[in-house]
Design a protein around this ligand. Structure first.
Ligand SMILES: [Zn+2]
Length: 173
């Protein structure tokens, strides 16, 4: 396993629609392992393949936050939301590709998602709470969408300028 560098917004690879994974092979399993390691190291609760520069429909997440509770690493290949609740939730979201910026985003509070697991089996589950927010945020990444796209243009531009500055500083360092 190895850590992969996380792309920082703005980057055209974060705006692209990712391709479906045609089959689960060793390269996909390695990508999933690397992404989980990268996510836990960050630390974060979710990471989508485009964030490490891979334009494939694969995401990892683990929203267990309670100290002492067993981790629940999940790998979702070709995930699709098949149902969303009318009821919504507002969470203050952040993103590993937009470090240290947070904003309230309203999303359906529950979603049904189906996906392929690393054994090639079709799975589905209903997510609620933080898991529902996280899985929707990560699936957005597969469609080239970021949480700041839900914000008013002025706020979005402000965050984008901060990220451009951060990238210039990192490039110089
Ligand atoms: Zn994100």
């Amino acid at each position: 396993m190895s850590l992969r560098p996380i792309l920082i917004h703005p980057d055209p690879r974060l705006k692209a629609v990712a391709d479906a994974v045609p089959e689960i092979d060793d390269s996909i399993r390695r990508l999933a392992d690397d992404m989980l390691e990268t996510m836990y190291d960050a630390p974060g609760i979710g990471l989508a393949a485009p964030q490490v520069g891979v334009g494939k429909r694969l995401l990892v997440m683990d929203c267990i936050k309670e100290e002492g509770e067993a981790p629940r690493p999940m790998v979702l290949v070709n995930p699709e939301v098949t149902w969303s609740s009318d009821e919504t939730n507002v969470y203050e979201e952040g993103c590993l590709s937009i470090p240290e910026q947070y904003a309230d985003v309203e999303r359906p509070s529950e979603v049904d998602v189906s996906w392929i697991d690393l054994d090639g089996k079709t799975r589905s589950e209903r997510f609620d709470g933080l898991w529902a927010t996280c899985v929707q945020h990560e699936i957005d990444h597969l469609n080239g969408k970021l949480f700041i796209d839900y914000l008013k243009p002025l706020k979005r531009q402000m965050i984008t300028r901060k990220m451009q500055k951060l990238k210039r500083e990192r490039a110089r360092a």
